[in-house]
Write a protein that binds this ligand. Sequence first.
Ligand code: ADE
Ligand code: ZN
Length: 359
Amino acid sequence: MDPLTLERIPRDRLPGLLQRMPKAELHIHIEGSLEPELIFALAQRNGVNLPHASVQALRQAYAFTDLQSFLDLYYAGASVLLQEEDFFDMAMAYFRQAATDGVVHAEVFFDPQTHTARGVAMGTVIQGLARARQEAERALGLSSALILCFLRHLSEDDAFATLEAALPWREQFIGVGLDSSERGHPPEKFARVFERCRSLDLHLVAHAGEEGPPAYIRTALEQLQVQRIDHGVRCVDDPALVAELARRQIPLTVCPLSNVKLRVYPDMAAHRLPQLLQAGLCVTVNSDDPAYFGGYVGENYRALFEAHPSLGPPQAWQLARHSLDASFAPEPVKAGWRARLDEVFAEAVGPATARPTHA
Ligand code: ADE
Ligand code: ZN
């Protein structure tokens, strides 16, 4: 869309635009969408004992100091997921919220090892999520896909075994990712399993440069050959890497509220997303673990734009466009979403200044 047209949109139209603009969410851990209320409801349904006495007490415990302090509670929360119906209910709650935020397509991470290690069958996890995907398409018109993540604090052998266990459901997921504790677990630890995934025509993504150094972003690109970097914000410490990410248009799936909650940045005003966008990187906005970090993707856009006066309607269009471009959806489908994005912004252009008429 013409930048001059976008510049004419008044900034007071931003709240409506941020909500209505069609967007893709590319970095959402489905286990991180488990709200305390649902954790307690599922614990009761499944007879699981929780260490926190109430929903309120659990929410109060969400005061994180770093990634690991969050992961400890995140894995504990996931312990209530036992039956296929639990995975279905969790995913449907997320899809309903995403639809109200203008999400037209979600690429959803899931962590099978968190569940199989507790004796939950791989089929229980994948079938529950797959059924929710179908229902979201039918009831909400929301497109989605699943990305299986390996836990990087576990061994490569464990990742290989997880991949083999998931292959009977190969048609249900489009790619693999790498998440969990980053420091001390560099991407290259998983080079061989990612090579095998590539041979299976799976899409490849990895968390890198969230807390870990920019070198992890480089090795994720070089040794895992990932197509997108999840987070990646620490690339700012390496100007040559920033230039390379811009030149190659490697998408970064950035999660602003997560970065503030996990103290990657002291506050939202210190977030470097605007600089990365200005430098020409294909940055996108996502929620990561919305039940833990204070908001879904809509709230991430709102908080970011509120804290950064330099971001206006042109940047909103750019971020939504990046999210659609960076998704793994088929090109003709993306073309439809891009056209709708342009329509939404064209409708928001204020009336052109009237030209003086001559009597
Ligand atoms: N698993 C869930 N959320 C995560 C994050 N932000 N970083 C790494 N692993 C995760
Ligand atoms: Zn993440």
